[in-house]
Design a protein around this ligand. Structure first.
Ligand code: AMP
Length: 508
């Protein structure tokens, strides 16, 4: 989710979402563990919303309790900080969704935390969003003209209000179809509504979303479904990845309509139904998920991220060979890439930098001064590994250049003879409006500097970025099916002040 202004630097984020439908009434704990697996996608806030997943008349166990009611808990901080055992015990339900939100440069506000729970004329629903809309402002103005009141600055609330409006007149699928026709941008959604869990992926499939099955191992029967931004959330629960949610597709998981319907294991039956609501556009999967954002053990749109990063490293070694003694990663972001580089180059892989994993991401520190300080407390050098050596230092990307500049200086101060930088992506030359936290153009080092000028600024002995074609080959997805906006300035959707073009198509 993102604020209403397209170029806003106040609130930029990417998030993680999850949804679980289970035949038991104990969905809070699995949601908690799934969110844990997605913690890298957002550390500012976390939330869970659950419902019993059955309407009153469908639930044979109902004793007059308001079973449709959605209960939720949201808080600022990491998943482990937000939820206590008491919270989880209070979140009893057979269906639920969860959300983790990425840190921002603006004030962290609880009102922006998700899932959002929305009451409308015919009921209520909860919604969790990963992505950014680019037409938030006009949609919000339209909704405000109709007298709707907003409680946050987020695009997620715009989606929720639109959905609430459409639900008054339409069934959920027709309502979603209309919402998807109106909103422009990236959105993977988990929605909890009445007796249903819904997974929605935008027509370009920009942000990832997948579905997995949970099985009762003793009896070999399906006992639930998990939808998640990344597949490790499914693995964590002992589930099996079924597939990615297709671009433009809505998956509906609901408890069987037959009252008291149970499968052979004595569990309530769940039904999975798919609706391809918006077919036809070429997909535009975010390439930065493969470069940096996703976990290496994720399978996204059929590609294991670890393999992609290995290939990136190998290609980097082919494109930018250098005589050196060791290949070292910037931990953790450059590790897989560096292994690939070392393997292909036949140079020893040896860690020169160790990261303190308890320090937050330096990238998000609002002030340059704070950022400089925190780079120092985040990395330490193993002098014995680098002194007197020619070091190839590998990272996934350079954004502002702050991290790299410091690291080169540390390595040289520790006695490294040469430092050769190898970067697993082409230069980042444009902001992302579609869900990755990249700064505005004036902060991006590659916008105003040539590669030689960047090398000079970073005080490195050499600098090699992976080519765009090298990256595309490593990802293994046709460029016309990728969003390469931050690397090419060509975005898959129309963004005010930016080019919307088919560069991707010409590259295929
Ligand atoms: P910088 O110091 O601004 O050049 O940041 C570069 C470092 O930030 C690299 O180590 C990247 O792995 C990491 N990085 C790249 N993109 C992002 C992002 N969207 N959010 C957080 N960190 C990032």
């Amino acid at each position: 989710m993102k604020t209403s202004s397209v170029e806003s630097t106040v609130l930029r984020e990417a998030c993680g979402i999850v949804g679980i439908a289970h035949s038991s009434d104990d969905v809070a704990l699995p949601l908690y563990y799934a969110l844990y697996a997605l913690q890298h996608r957002g550390q500012e806030s976390a939330g869970i919303a659950v419902s019993r997943g059955m309407s009153t008349d469908e639930d044979p166990d109902n004793r007059g309790a308001p079973v449709k009611e959605i209960r939720s808990e949201r808080g600022m901080g990491l998943v482990a900080e937000v939820f206590s055992p008491q919270h989880l015990a209070a979140l009893q339900g057979s269906m639920g969704i969860g959300h983790v939100r990425y840190p921002t440069t603006g004030a962290p506000l609880l009102e922006n935390a998700e899932p959002l729970v929305v009451k409308y004329q015919n009921g209520e629903f909860a919604l969790a969003h990963n992505g950014n809309l680019v037409n938030t402002r006009e949609l919000r103005a339209e909704l405000e003209r109709e007298g709707r009141i907003f409680h946050s600055e987020t695009d997620t609330e715009v989606i929720a209000q639109l959905l609430a409006r459409e639900l008054v007149e339409h069934d959920p699928i027709a309502a979603l179809k209309e919402v998807m026709r109106r909103v422009v941008g990236s959105y993977s959604l988990a929605i909890l509504m009445d007796s249903m869990l819904l997974a929605v992926r935008d027509p370009f499939g920009i942000k990832p979303l997948c579905i997995g099955a949970l099985t009762d191992e003793c009896r070999g029967v399906n006992v639930g479904y998990v939808i998640a931004s990344e597949s490790p959330a499914i693995d964590t629960l002992g589930g099996t990845l079924i597939r990615d949610v297709n671009p433009g597709e809505v998956l509906v998981i609901r408890a069987s309509h037959t009252a008291g319907s149970r499968n052979p294991a004595g569990h309530r039956d769940l039904k999975l139904v798919r609706h391809q609501l918006h077919p036809g556009v070429p997909s535009a999967h975010c390439v930065f998920e493969y470069i940096y954002f996703a976990r290496p053990d994720s399978v996204i749109d059929g590609k294991l991220v670890y393999n992609v990063r290995m290939k990136i490293g190998e290609r980097l070694a082919i494109e930018h060979p250098v005589s050196a003694d060791i290949v070292s990663p910037v931990p953790d972001s450059g590790i897989t890439c560096a292994i690939g580089y070392a393997k292909r180059a036949g140079i020893e892989y040896l860690e020169g930098l160790i990261k303190n994993r308890y320090v937050g991401r330096t990238f998000i520190m609002p002030e340059q001064k704070t950022r400089d300080m925190s780079v120092h407390s985040k990395f330490n050098i193993i002098r014995a590994n680098v002194t007197g050596k020619r070091v190839v230092l590998v990272d996934d990307s350079i954004v502002r250049g702050t991290t790299m500049r410091k690291l080169v200086r540390y390595l040289k101060a520790a006695g490294a003879k040469e430092v050769h930088l190898r970067i697993g992506s082409p230069p980042i030359i444009a902001p992302c409006y579609l869900g990755i936290d990249t700064p505005t153009r004036d902060e991006l080092i590659a916008v105003t500097r040539t590669i030689e000028a960047i090398r000079d600024y970073l005080a490195a002995d050499s600098l090699g970025y992976l080519s765009l074609n090298g990256l595309i080959a490593a990802v293994g997805i046709a460029p016309k099916s990728l969003c390469l906006g931050c690397l090419t300035e060509h975005y898959p959707v129309r963004i005010p002040g930016e080019r919307c073009s088919t560069l991707q198509a010409t590259l295929s």
